[in-house]
Design a protein around this ligand. Structure first.
Ligand SMILES: NC(=O)c1ccc[n+]([C@@H]2O[C@H](COP(=O)([O-])OP(=O)(O)OC[C@H]3O[C@@H](n4cnc5c(N)ncnc54)[C@H](OP(=O)(O)O)[C@@H]3O)[C@@H](O)[C@H]2O)c1
Length: 280
């Protein structure tokens, strides 16, 4: 496989986050390690995992096997809400580092809000692991507008992003505006709607006009707004497809047409999921 031009980055509160990353939810075992390695060989420079994905060991294997210099790869992991009490958060971070076989993370996120533990305590611990050198940057995930504002107010270290579900079928304009107001990047999870973008006729038509697929048109729509995308695939040929989104530009009219795809039931990740979780 030939290497792609490395993807551009977005600036956020002093950090630089590569606009394209590889998502790894549900990637397991050898497939996970191989996809991470191949993505890095192709030119991806950002890998997204979480303690909950149960694949940090394999993600670490892939990162090391790629031979890409540590300083050139942006590795994100996330603390699960059952570990939000300060002492647990530090332990969980050290455990993630040891599974990944890394000395320092690039980004550590709070995976979902946990209403059972005061946010001030959790953010205090998150800032502390940053000050202790366990992670270069910190941020949040699945935070609403209200929670973003509260987190920014409570955090003594800059929060660099909110990782949220984001794709053409979901209106996230309010939370995106809150992130921008606070100089936080938006990292789009499920950016191809868990595969759903592929079957959309409008995306297919606009993609075809640029010699691209529907999936590529949907991803381009996000990165063109400086939204970071972390598509996940278990297929090597799709790694290249999902990365080839920096060599074409959508017109203002095409961007507007894609914006019209928003629908009320656009979510593909079930939020009741967080409510159903066992916190301890
Ligand atoms: N913070 C959070 O709470 C949270 C929640 C969800 C996800 N995430 C992160 O975001 C990442 C991405 O989200 P996601 O995994 O939910 O969904 P996604 O990336 O939107 O979609 C993944 C699905 O799309 C398929 N796919 C990938 N490339 C394709 C292509 N070019 N054409 C057609 N189908 C394609 C994949 O199948 P194949 O494997 O067969 O290619 C897979 O079924 C996750 O892996 C995870 O790292 C975070």
């Amino acid at each position: 496989m030939s290497a792609l031009v490395p993807s551009p980055s977005v600036a956020a509160n002093g950090a630089k986050i590569p606009l394209l990353g590889l998502g790894t939810w549900e990637l397991r075992g050898r497939t996970c390690a191989r996809m991470v390695e191949q993505a890095l060989l192709l030119g991806y420079r950002h890998i997204d995992t979480a303690e909950m994905y149960d694949n940090e060991r394999e993600v670490g294997e892939g990162v090391h096997a790629s031979g890409v210099k540590r300083g050139d790869v942006f590795v994100t992991t996330k603390v699960w809400p059952s570990h939000f009490a300060p002492r647990d958060l530090e332990r969980a971070t050290r455990d993630s580092l040891s599974r990944l076989r890394l000395r320092e993370l690039d980004l550590l996120l709070l995976h979902w809000p946990n209403p059972q533990i005061p946010l001030a305590d959790t953010l205090g611990a998150l800032c502390q692991v940053k000050r202790d050198g366990l992670t270069r940057h910190i941020g949040v995930s699945n935070f609403t507008v209200k929670l973003v504002e509260e987190a920014v107010r409570l955090s003594t270290e800059p929060l660099i992003c909110n990782q949220i579900e984001c794709h053409p079928f979901l209106d996230q304009s309010k939370v995106i505006a809150a992130c921008r107001k606070n100089n936080m990047a938006v990292v789009a999870y499920s950016p191809i709607a868990r595969g759903g973008a592929r079957n959309d006729k409008l995306l297919a038509r606009i993609g075809a006009a640029h010699g691209k697929t529907a999936t590529q048109a949907g991803l381009r729509y996000l990165v063109q707004q400086e939204i970071v995308v972390i598509p996940r695939t278990s297929k090597e040929q799709r790694l290249a497809e999902n990365a080839a989104i920096f060599d074409f530009v959508l017109s203002a009219a095409e961007m507007e047409e894609i914006a019209g795809l928003v629908r009320r039931d656009g979510r593909v990740v079930d939020w009741s999921y967080s409510g159903r979780m066992h916190w301890d």
